[in-house]
Design a protein around this ligand. Structure first.
Ligand code: KE4
Length: 426
């Protein structure tokens, strides 16, 4: 595969951008090989500067659930752009977006728009602390909630990939109130509540952990968190930056039937534009400035162009429920076929997943949490990744990222990818 232009661009990039990337996971560091400089995307495909076509299994890390460059989203953005890009004043589209989200997700009575998942989580944590007047927070090892200081503790995604549980530059004071528990282990959470009575403001969880690969909640895990939080006057925060509007239209809260106190969003609600949001119970959200004393602000929050993109994508998802049936069907088909290939070649590897989220772990034991995920053979994954991308399958460049299906993926494309996987293990 000719990737000369990508190589040239990367040589320039590394001189002026840290690692040549604006987000670490794009650097291909854990998998080696040359990052591909994408020049355009359409449907389920990416095209790089050298003219190579890839079936896209990251979908911009989640936003592109209906596929890239959907004409309806494009038309809405083009129409808004003609009226200006940003005003810094209130707009009707912001009201429409808030009404749409509160219409779709029953547990969201009020919502505030921000510009990224990180901002959404950072703000939700502050609201939880302001509302409960407590400082401590609980997160789970291997879950990733963006790069706000307090959350860079035993985090997943790029931190797990780099093998560094935390980050330099985060003072001890910023993380002293961050407690970590084990995903799928309610006892580890109970222990923290026992050790910190009446001090825990919130428990934040990825209802499906999609930043240590894909780890689904064991039966009773989420309900157990809900009950513990209710009993202790602690807020339960579902970080649905990935699962929101993906597992189902009303996300994981709808899929699992659990009502969190706050939910954070990103990715899909922006339709590919920079958007995050946090929302939840009215009495909790009414602590947010300017009506409450929890401050949060943003120059481009609720940006009209981003709102039009996000609203259009959410309306398409709302008005076409069969999209979720197709995502579920294609996801199950992909995982079943993958497991068949592994059995056929007598390979012990594990396939986790739910709906349109899948992860092939180069691991011999079931992956149910951070520790079991860490046992994966990341070198073997890297070799697999390099083989697959050179055959036009753009998978996540890390063992600890999810593989995302969109509604634009065809059965033929999925079968093509499976054939390449068969060839790799063959
Ligand atoms: P952003 O700040 O990247 O928009 O969102 C942070 C975030 C928060 N919560 C969850 C559950 C997330 O998955 C993320 C970001 N996801 C990663 C993909 N694993 C973003 C990719 C990247 O860092 O480039």
């Amino acid at each position: 595969m000719n990737i000369e232009k990508s190589k040239e661009l990367f040589e320039r990039a590394v001189k002026v951008i840290p690692g040549g990337v604006n987000s670490p996971v794009r650097a291909f560091a854990p998998v080696g090989g040359q990052p591909r400089f994408i020049t355009k995307a359409k449907g389920s495909c990416l095209y790089d500067e050298d003219g190579n076509e890839y079936i896209d299994y990251i979908g911009s890390w989640g936003p592109m659930i209906i596929g890239h460059n959907d004409e309806r989203v494009l038309a809405a953005v083009q129409e808004q752009i003609m009226n200006g890009l940003s005003y810094g004043a209130v707009t009707a589209v912001e009201v429409e977006m808030a009404e749409l989200i509160t219409e779709i997700v029953p547990c969201i009575e009020m919502v505030r728009m921000v510009n990224s998942g990180t901002e959404a989580v950072m703000s939700a944590i502050r609201v939880a602390r302001g509302f409960t007047k407590r400082n401590k927070i609980v997160k789970f090892e291997g879950c990733y909630h963006g790069h706000a200081d307090a959350l860079l503790v035993k985090a997943g995604s790029g931190l797990m990939t780099a093998g560094t549980p935390g980050s330099a530059g985060v003072p001890e004071g910023c993380v002293k109130d961050t407690l970590t528990a084990t995903y799928n282990d309610l006892e580890s959470v109970e222990q923290l509540f026992k050790e910190n009575p009446d001090e825990i403001a919130c428990v934040i969880v990825e209802p499906v952990a999609a930043n240590m690969g894909v780890v689904t909640p064991k039966e009773g895990f989420l309900q157990g968190l809900r009950d513990m939080c209710t009993k202790n006057g602690t807020l339960l925060i579902f970080d649905e930056v990935i699962t929101g509007f993906r597992l189902k239209l009303d996300g994981a809260s709808g899929y699992f039937g659990i009502t969190p106190d706050l939910v954070t969003y990103g990715k899909i609600i922006g339709g590919g534009m920079p958007v995050g949001a946090y929302g939840g119970r009215r009495e909790v959200m009414e602590t947010v400035a300017p009506i409450g004393n929890v401050y949060q602000a943003g120059t481009l929050s609720g940006n009209p162009v981003a709102m039009r993109a996000g609203i259009t994508q959410l309306q398409i998802l709302r008005d076409n429920p069969d999209i979720y049936d197709r995502l579920e069907k294609n996801g199950e088909f992909f995982r079943a076929q993958l497991r068949e290939i592994l059995v056929k070649h007598n390979l012990p590897y594990k396939v986790n997943g739910i709906g349109s989220l899948t992860c092939l772990y180069f691991a011999e034991d079931e992956v149910v949490d951070y520790k079991s995920a860490q046992k994966s053979d990341t070198a073997a994954y890297a070799d697999y990744f390099r083989f697959m991308i050179d055959r036009g399958n753009y998978l996540g460049p890390s063992q600890f990222e999810a593989c995302f299906l969109s509604d634009a993926h065809t059965e033929a494309q999925i079968k093509k990818t499976l054939a390449d996987i068969e060839e790799y293990f063959g």
